[in-house]
Design a protein around this ligand. Sequence first.
Ligand code: UD1
Length: 413
Amino acid sequence: MDIWHIRGGRRLCGTASVQGAKNAVLPILAASVLTGCETRLSNCPDLMDVDGSVDILRCLGCRVERSEGGMYINSSGPLRSTIPHDLMSGMRSSVIFLGAVLARCGEAVMAMPGGCELGPRPIDLHLSALRDMGAHITVSAGNIVCSGALHGASINLALPSVGATENIMIAACRASGGTVITNAAREPEICDLADYLRKMGADITGDGSSTICIGSFSPKSSVEHSVMPDRIAAATWLCACASAGGEVAVDGAVPAHLVPVTQALREMGCTVDEYPGGIKICAPDRLRAPRPVATRPYPGFPTDAQALLMAATLKAEGTSVFTENMFESRFRHVPELRRMGAEISTEGRVAIVRGVPSLHGAPVTATDLRGSAALLIAALGAEGETVLHDNCHLRRGYEDPVKVLTALGAEIR
Ligand code: UD1
């Protein structure tokens, strides 16, 4: 259990640098086993979820060396095709290893990922797509057992699932014949994975649109790749400034990746400007409620930023409305925010925030990764001390939040 002490009420001023993206590096690490090539990553974030993927890579038989911001992976040796339950259960996104291990080894055995803090997390789309590509899959005693030589296929996803799109892209690289994914996810992390796979020798087009084509593959012996900046970490520092007040430059933030978030912050009265290499925010003393926010697949408002923006609206004048369309249980931070004086009511997928003049510090408990970041954001804008009890959620996705925030003038330890 981590315990974070945050004394709020200090304006944030200065520059925050954005880490490499968690949701980009995890599928890239899985894809690194595809051919047996060497991978050298830079801008690789130091996160607990990355540690979890490294454990899986080592268990599969890869050599992994880490340095500050860098990672070397050599997957040339013989590879195991089984991932034990304890390594799978630590992290829901480990399901992304399924396509990679199956494509490399012709078989894969791993534990079925269960639900998580956000509610049920089905993987039916991953499995049916791999079946369409020729995999034989059985699920028994909580294990997924896959085997078979893969062939290309036309796959129309019922939902633009990020993880399913990534699993199919990775597996399709080594399938015989081409694959076309329609209704594919369009998130920037999909494009980063496609860039990495192209450097590996894949022929991929259409990433960033809803139709992705994967063609022939000419494997290379080594790949170098710099992981894209983390747009959700960037959103976190922008929302932290909105909550606490002040003026912050977020270095490395890509404006095009954050349009719905910066638009909402502008509606709240913040000045948000692009500069070469980042985004700068200047927050007024009193914010106002933004227009209703509804989470959607990219390029819509990201579900991962819903709790972050909500935390920034707690003291905004007026009523803010949030509709969560992506996950069933993504308001678990709400009762914790109420402990700090927030006025929030929820009904099903809708949360209504009535802005209060001030918040106060309180003991709170983190519920999930972004929920925990939301509590941190609210605490920075609250009077007095908040003690955040966090079962390592924050460290799953943020490299060194104390360092980033103290550099901006926050009091946090
Ligand atoms: C990824 C991100 C996560 C983000 C989410 C949505 C990573 C490591 N995680 O998660 O941070 O919140 O995208 O932007 O990149 N679904 C099904 N069947 C499936 C797969 C998904 O019904 O087989 C549903 C899910 O329950 C959810 C929706 O599709 O309601 C979106 O999920 P998906 O895009 O797959 O999210 P992840 O890839 O798990």
